[in-house]
Ligand binder design. Structure first.
Ligand code: NDP
Length: 324
């Protein structure tokens, strides 16, 4: 059986993304075949493409998609043919029309949520879930600092943290992004080119924030540490500006006993029970109108290179999907 998919045979810029026909392998035990209807675009896809997170080449790309189950291996009972499902996980091959995937990682999509919405929020929403509920559990009244507040993870995290009662200080690069973040629950804004710790202290009575959710990485690491209150938690979870350089633990001591964690989503959803529990929590917030889904960009799958260019040049807001 044939399908069309993105392949890369070398690391590099968006130009290495190749859209072509490939052979679909036979279904293996434990797998389901999914015909994709919508594919989620995520910043991590650019790390896989550039080689920042190396993978054996050639490879497919993409860590999130929704679609219809077309076939299941004999031993699969968690899903059946015709089910609408969404998933996040490896191997990276969601930039494709049809693929085979581990049936245990498939999440049924509730009736109230469309395939496009599911593909726009699963990875980003589960990330917001573990950031705000597990990495540092936000309590009502906490001051928190959130970078890329108008981005994919950002807009969902703003709405979720606001629901939990946090005072959210969001960092963004444009006025339009500032407005968007504020209309999704962000209380105060810092522009990315401002002095971040100084602004944080002015917003928090010189206390600093309880937690920083930093997806920018190299450029903001020390500004983030300088924005924390004593015993505050630095959650460094992305590398939009490049990976964080090695640092001495003494940097945490001199800023009053800080904590640093470097989490990845996969570690919070590797058990199917946790995956389903977290997905249900996310979908319930969507169904109750607490989290609104912003699909602000759509591209044809064959135009994925343009989608990568726009994401990396900070042109996108909210979620982006690719359509097969
Ligand atoms: P976004 O939609 O948030 O896009 C990235 C945003 O980062 C940009 O819009 C931009 O917002 C900001 N940014 C700041 N500096 C740069 C830079 N130098 N280059 C490009 N963008 C920059 O992407 P996602 O929602 O897909 O992902 C957000 C972050 O979360 C990523 O860093 C990603 O790797 C991370 N992530 C981590 C996970 C984990 O488990 N560890 C899971 C999921 C995501 P602005 O212009 O407003 O500054």
């Amino acid at each position: 059986m044939k399908t069309n998919a993105i392949r890369i045979s070398e690391y590099g810029g968006p130009e290495v993304l190749e859209f072509r026909e490939i052979d679909l392998p036979e279904l293996q035990p434990g797998e389901a075949r999914i015909r994709h209807t919508a594919i989620g675009l995520n910043f991590i896809d650019t790390y896989h493409r550039s080689g920042l997170y190396p993978m054996p080449l050639p490879t497919g790309l993409g860590s999130e998609a929704a679609g219809i189950v077309e076939a299941v291996a004999n031993d699969v009972s968690s899903v059946k043919v015709g089910d609408r499902v969404v998933y996040t996980g490896r191997p990276t091959d969601s930039y494709s029309e049809i693929r085979n995937f581990d049936a245990n990682q498939l999440v049924p999509i509730p009736n109230e949520i469309s395939d496009e919405q599911a593909a726009a929020i699963l990875l980003k929403g589960l990330t917001a879930w573990y950031l705000l509920r597990k990495s540092y559990e936000v309590k009502s009244g906490d001051n928190i600092l959130l970078y890329a507040a108008a981005g994919g993870v950002g807009l969902i995290a703003c709405q979720w943290a606001s629901h939990l009662g946090a005072n959210i200080i969001g960092v963004v690069s444009t006025d339009q992004k500032a407005e968007l973040a504020q209309s999704h629950g962000c209380n105060q804004i810092i522009m990315a080119n401002e002095n971040i710790p100084e602004k944080v202290m002015s917003y928090t009575n010189n206390e600093g924030v309880a937690a920083v959710y930093d997806s920018i990485g190299r450029d903001t690491f020390f500004s983030s540490l300088d924005s924390l209150r004593p015993h505050g938690v630095m959650v460094t979870f992305g590398n939009a500006s490049g990976p964080v350089d090695p640092f001495a633990p003494a940097e945490l001591a001199k800023r009053h006993s800080l904590y640093v964690t470097r989490p990845i989503l996969a570690d919070f959803i590797s058990q199917r029970d946790n995956l389903l529990l977290a997905s249900r929590e996310l979908f319930d917030l969507v169904k109750n109108g607490i989290i609104k889904i912003n699909i602000n960009q759509k591209y044809a799958l064959k135009d994925t290179a343009q989608a990568h260019r726009d994401l990396e040049s900070r042109k996108t807001t909210g979620s982006t999907i690719l359509l097969p």
